[in-house]
Design a protein around this ligand. Structure first.
Ligand code: PMP
Length: 340
């Protein structure tokens, strides 16, 4: 596959075919065995595989960047590896040996460098997956698993400026139950958000905010982003009580906000009222780093946020994280990992 057909200056968030992907296979007899880099392509599966029948699958999302120091770096890869481990544990997928995930990511990035955009154009999105492959008619964990990593070039979000999102808090759907699998990056957590998202986009909103299923006065998160609210000098985000994915951008925001901006960061219950009365509200995730909310609707009442993005703390935190990722500034946290 060549990189010639890609419109490099207009990359969105789409899957482009690249050169290769990484594969490892698990069997009860041999544990995880590296198959290595294989040509990018389709995967064949038993129709009775546990992933197709029962959703026994997990994934991750991270990025490689070209930096101002002319290096290719990954960002907080060990945190993705640890989250993958926690997701695999919850979904009865055998754990990868220590260091396996990080090495595999680096191997597939190195082999696909021709698909890495310049830092102005975007970054290389990295998608590790693991799933139960073996046939199992009853609801049981598979005996065979596949670990796969593919990569694809993605654009810088919102090149022409950040668009604030018009958002809505739903009291019609939950994303997950509090003692279920919300903290894991399990594939089943996402299909259930498609219909709620379709409904709110049909009504003209850009993003949906889910409430906690045990306490509908407090918020959980969006479909694939954590949420923060700033009021005066206090930055608040829902605590990791089980139904929220422990976002790596979320953790980066917490550290950057207190290290660089002297904000007081609180992890705890965030009520609907607190969210609606914030000075600034924003969403965090690997894909877009940080996106501000322009408005929030709840039960037919809409709050508009007046803060201009260009004057906002949201912008300052966002740019600080991007500056670290692109090595425009010194990384005080040891987050940036050059390719080895
Ligand atoms: N919540 C959910 C449900 C997600 O899927 C994601 C994306 N991984 C996030 C939050 C943000 O996590 P991160 O900052 O690690 O991308």
């Amino acid at each position: 596959m060549s990189n010639k057909n890609i419109d490099w200056d207009n990359l969105g968030f789409n899957a482009h075919e690249t050169k290769s992907m990484f594969r490892a296979n698990y069997t009860l007899e041999s544990n995880w065995q590296v198959e290595g880099l294989i040509p990018y392509g389709d995967v064949s599966l038993s129709p009775a595989s546990t992933v197709l029948n029962y959703g026994q699958g997990i994934f991750e999302g991270t990025k490689a960047y070209q930096t101002s120091r002319e290096r290719v770096v990954c960002f907080r890869l060990e945190d993705n590896a640890n989250r993958f481990l926690s997701s695999s544990d919850r979904m009865c997928i055998p754990p990868l040996p220590k260091g396996f995930f990080e090495k595999a990511v680096q191997d597939v990035v190195k082999d696909n460098l021709e698909f890495l955009p310049s830092k102005e154009q975007g970054s290389l999105y990295i998608r590790p997956l693991a799933f139960g492959e073996g046939p199992m008619l009853g609801v049981k964990a598979s005996d065979n698993f596949t670990f796969l990593i593919y990569v694809t070039p993605v654009g810088s979000y919102f090149k022409s400026g950040l668009k604030s999102l018009n958002t809505i808090i739903t009291d019609k759907y939950h994303r997950t139950a509090t003692k279920s699998v919300g903290f894991a990056k399990a594939i089943g957590n996402y299909a259930g958000t498609l219909l709620p998202f379709k409904e709110i986009t049909d009504q003209g909103y850009d993003e949906i905010i889910f409430l906690n299923s045990s306490d509908e006065n407090i918020i959980d998160e969006a479909r694939s982003a954590n949420i923060f609210v700033l009021k005066d000098n206090i930055l608040k985000t829902p605590s990791l009580q089980g139904s929220i994915l422990p976002g790596i951008t979320r953790d980066s925001v917490i550290k950057v906000a207190s290290h660089f901006f002297n904000l007081e960061v609180h992890e705890g219950d965030v009520t609907i009222e607190e969210l609606m009365n914030g000075d600034e509200v924003f969403f965090t995730g690997t894909a877009a780093v940080i996106v501000p909310a322009g408005s929030i609707n709840y039960k037919n009442k809409t709050m508009e946020f007046d803060a201009k993005y260009n004057d906002s703390m949201t912008k300052q935190i966002r740019e600080k994280i991007i500056d670290i990722q692109h090595e425009n500034i010194e990384d005080p946290f040891g987050w940036v990992i050059p390719l080895r």
